[in-house]
Each structure stands twice: as C-alpha cells, then as structure tokens.
Unconditional design. Structure first.
Length: 158
C-alpha cells in the first residue's frame, strides 16, 4: 500500500503526476515540506521514465535522531509502483543537512541496490532546517562502480 506523506503545514509540493526537475528544484521543494518534521522520516518518490512522480510513500518513520530502514524496504515500494527511477529523501530533525557516515553508507547501498535491480537512484536527499543536501549535486555516486564494488566484496569474503 503506497502512503502519501504530507508535511505538518499541509504542504505537499511534489505530488503524483508532477515532474521531478533538477536536484535543486526537488531539494528546495522537499526542504519546504519536510524541514519541520519532528521525527526522522524516509520518503520515496517513485518516477517513471519521464521523471514524473508515479508514487510517493513514507517508507519509514523513526525517532528524533534515527531512522532504521533497509534498501529492500525502499525498493519494495519502487517495485510495487513499477518505478523506472527513484529519489530517496530523509530529514534530520536536528536541522543540520550534513550527511553522517551512516547516511553516506546508506546512500551508497541504495545506489548499488538500484543498479542490481535496474531501478536508477536519481538522487538521495537529506533535509535540514530549510536546507538540503543532495548526493547527486555532490557527485557522491559517480565514484561507485557496481563491478568494482562486487569484486571488493568477493575478495573481502575470501
């Protein structure tokens, strides 16, 4: 069941049917919606091949300082929505939009899972107090390579 998230102020600017534009446009819209949430909340925007939002769901709601989610939970919703691409976003109730090491690891795991499933992770956002951090704008996925990552995993398991 796909569930829509609405900010406490009633705003929901990236609705189903709308096109997700640039990372900057999406980041600003999401920061307006999610900056006042008091619990960490992970949201998935499922997109079609034209980058139109076909589903929007809250994947997980955590506490004031943690949101335990797994890539399988994110991509389950993407598969149910028949998404070609996804954007993943979560907020930091502290107000700081800086990614922690665990945020960076989670973003990388999402990107790799998307590569395996054939569902492109367009961007991953962290929302702070009226600000955002975009993994895409900071090229955090460009250094990742699925074959190299799998080879590293194989060699470390040997």
């Amino acid at each position: 069941m796909v569930q829509t998230i609405t900010a406490p102020n009633g705003k929901e600017s990236l609705k189903v049917g709308m096109q997700a534009g640039s990372s900057r446009t999406v980041g600003i819209a999401l920061s307006e919606e999610m900056s006042e949430l008091r619990q960490e909340t992970l949201v998935l925007l499922a997109l079609n091949v034209k980058n139109q939002v076909i589903a929007r769901c809250e994947v997980f709601r955590g506490t004031v300082d943690a949101c335990v989610a797994h890539p399988r939970d994110v991509f389950y919703q993407a598969i149910v929505a028949n998404a070609a691409r996804v954007i993943v976003v979560h907020n930091h109730p502290s107000g700081l939009a800086k990614p922690s090491p665990s945020d960076q690891e989670f973003g990388q795991r999402l990107w790799l899972a998307g590569q395996l499933l054939g569902i492109e992770l367009l961007d991953c956002f962290i929302i702070g107090r009226h600000s955002y951090f975009s993994f895409g704008e900071h090229d955090l996925f460009n250094a990742l390579s699925l074959p190299e990552t799998l080879a590293k995993e194989d060699s470390s398991n040997s």
